[in-house]
Design a protein around this ligand. Structure first.
Ligand code: TXA
Ligand code: MG
Length: 391
């Protein structure tokens, strides 16, 4: 992601083992990016993030290390996961990384622990939670269906960003599903999350680790900003997918999509048919509501019907690289114009502008609603919904 202050960061992430390498400074000719003049010196920050070795009750923190001094703090990732697992076993809340966004987790089989999620997130009790599992045997315990399609989809897409809404077993507490007879389940594609589930020895119920209706977190810092009182934050660097999982429901005819994500309808259709016969069940849950993912500042999708606003006070989330020149600040979400980068960097861009005092309004560039574009436009529309009502 290119910030207008000309800082470029590359995040490397392998098996959640991350560390900050350092900075390289390089001279470039003065250049204008999105109305912001870059000075001659551009700074490229090549960053890994090392996990901080925390004590119980202490949140993990980004260990900012100056790579030029080649000084860094050693970490013990395993012990952090063990500490987090201890919190889960004690019925406490742990924010943890998944490949999509950070989750706010609790033992899914402990109703009192799950109740704390709703309280801390200020989430209405009618909005059910997704359960995160680490094995297929855990899946079998939590559902009451033996439909072969479930296991075919699991074999193809798990661990990964696909949630299946399935008939629940008696083991799943009603508070998790908000009284529904179905439960959303996924096996996250993130080693830290999987290890946490294994070490906790229970499935973990987790919504995204943000306050209800607000921007989803893609870094531990985003979690800390919105949920400073969480019992423990397990660091895992920036998430690699950036938007929440695709949610599907199986019907007699095939599958329906309840929430678009990076796993597209086309990919799912290669395995089982898309059901366009039955009506999509309307669930009055916030994820399905028109407003969600909302920054504190006004966000609008740039289009011809957008009324006049002061571009000199606007932060622009740019994808194509066009239209940038008039805006006060610009974040280019993809240098190679790849929609996956838009997904990875979209929420982070919203967080950056939300925190930037110079920016009064956030304008996001729309993309065509094909493939991953559907999921991106879904998030942008929900983020702008309330603000557009005011125009
Ligand atoms: O990628 C993700 O899915 C992230 C990470 C943390 O796993 N989780 C996430 O959870 O996005 P949350 O709570 O922010 O969104 C879950 C959505 C909600 O809109 C909820 O209504 C829906 O899933 N959901 C959960 N159980 C459901 C069910 N039984 N039937 C229909 N929708 C369900
Ligand atoms: Mg959410």
């Amino acid at each position: 992601m290119c910030h207008v202050n000309c800082r470029q960061s590359l995040f490397c992430n392998f098996l959640g083992l991350q560390g900050y390498i350092g900075e390289i400074k390089q001279d470039f000719p003065a250049e204008k990016i999105g109305g912001f003049s870059c000075k001659k010196q551009q700074t490229f920050v090549f960053s890994f993030i090392f996990e901080k070795n925390c004590q119980p009750g202490e949140s993990g923190g980004k260990t900012a290390i100056d790579g030029r001094k080649t000084k860094y703090k050693q970490m013990n990732k395993l012990s952090n996961i063990e500490i987090a697992a201890k919190f889960i076993k004690e019925g406490k809340l742990v924010a943890f990384p998944t490949e999509t966004v950070y989750g706010l987790g609790a033992n899914a089989l402990n109703p009192l622990a799950v109740a704390k999620i709703f309280e801390l997130k200020e989430r209405p009790s009618f909005d059910p939670l997704i359960i995160h599992i680490g094995s297929i045997s855990q899946l079998k315990e939590l559902i009451s269906s033996t439909d072969e399609r479930i296991f075919t989809l699991a074999a193809r897409f798990w661990p990964g960003p696909l949630t299946m809404v399935l008939p629940k077993s008696h083991l799943v507490p009603d508070i998790v599903t908000s009284g529904l007879s179905t439960v959303g389940i996924r096996m996250p594609g993130n080693e830290i999350a999987l290890e946490l589930i294994r070490k906790s020895n229970c499935p973990i119920a987790a919504p995204s680790a943000n306050k209800f209706g607000r921007i989803s977190p893609t870094t531990a810092a985003h979690v800390r900003k919105q949920l400073p009182d969480v019992d423990y934050i397990l660091e895992g660097g920036k998430t690699t997918v950036g938007i929440e999982s695709t949610i599907i429901k199986l019907t007699d005819f095939g599958f329906q999509i309840l929430r678009n994500g990076i796993i597209t309808q086309e990919e799912l259709e290669a395995i089982i048919p898309f059901d366009n016969h039955s009506e999509i069940e309307k669930l009055s849950a916030p994820g399905m509501l028109k407003s969600h993912y909302s920054p504190k500042k006004k966000l609008l999708i740039a289009d011809s019907s957008t009324k006049e606003y002061d571009k000199l006070k606007a932060g622009f989330i740019s994808f194509s690289g066009k239209l940038e020149k008039d805006y006060l600040k610009v974040i280019r979400v993809s240098e190679r114009k790849d929609l996956k980068d838009y997904a990875v960097n979209m929420f982070e861009a919203m967080h950056v502008f939300e925190d930037d005092d110079d920016v009064d309004i956030i304008i996001a560039e729309p993309v065509s609603e094909k493939g991953i574009g559907k999921a991106i436009m879904d998030r942008l529309r929900k983020a702008e919904y309330n603000w557009r009502q005011e125009l």
